[in-house]
Ligand binder design. Sequence first.
Ligand code: NAD
Length: 263
Amino acid sequence: MEIDLTGQVAVVTGASGKLGTLWVEALTAAGAAVAALDLREAPDTAGTEPETGRVLRLTADVTDRESLRTALERTCAQLGAPTVLVNNAGIDQPPSTEGGSWLFEDIPDGLSEAVLAVNVLGVLKVCQVFGADMARRGRGSIVNIGSLYGNVAPDLRMYAHLPLDPPFLKPPAYGASKAGVSALTRYLATLWGPHGVRVNTLSPGGVLGGQDSTFLDRYTSRVPLGRMARPADLTGPLLFLASDLSSYVTGHELMVDGGFVSW
Ligand SMILES: NC(=O)c1ccc[n+]([C@@H]2O[C@H](COP(=O)([O-])OP(=O)(O)OC[C@H]3O[C@@H](n4cnc5c(N)ncnc54)[C@H](O)[C@@H]3O)[C@@H](O)[C@H]2O)c1
């Protein structure tokens, strides 16, 4: 069976980021029209992108249900009712010698609250608006982007070479938020299964891009497939979950991590 999303309308949140851009390209290449939502300024116009299909760029905040309702109305009016939703918007604190570092007990409330507000409450709110609309119409596939770190704790030894005092801590709220995404996936899969809406989590491992060589060596030595994810590793799993190729799969978490959690 080929992956053909012609006639389908997909919504991607966090669409202007690294992975969001990838999802938009993959969905349009498969024939879907895509509403690309992000906080960042983007032209609010429906346009035809050469050889990839229609992309409607909308400014919307996943923490603000009113802005999501407006985005749903614009999507329905300009592209049609959504049938695919990719909950991708997320925030993290990547290791950086310029960013702050804290002892666990001193991590600012604002950092933890922002991560939870976007990564897990944002998914809930987007589902309340877009997912509920799919359930009312009786059709849809929702793909929530989780993470390796919703399943395993980050190995802080991978960051020990960074010249930071106190040493870098990946925000604990990040993994907690992604575990919350998996729980929401299971909740919504059971709630909306009878209404024709499937809900799954796609959990990438680390994606190659700008990491230093010490981190790369330490990380890849922990991966059975011996490397970080490349963009092309992620699009097949996304299209599988978005399309009817996975018509009997719901409530599942698909790890796309090169086998990291198997070790
Ligand atoms: N890159 C990785 O290695 C990796 C690995 C595992 C999981 N993930 C997950 O994949 C998703 C995308 O990650 P990325 O690497 O592309 O990040 P990114 O920072 O490049 O992109 C995230 C996008 O989300 C948008 N965003 C942030 N807050 C928002 C809000 N309130 N409303 C709407 N949009 C908002 C940002 O503007 C940005 O464009 C995230 O959920 C992340 O946790 C990424």
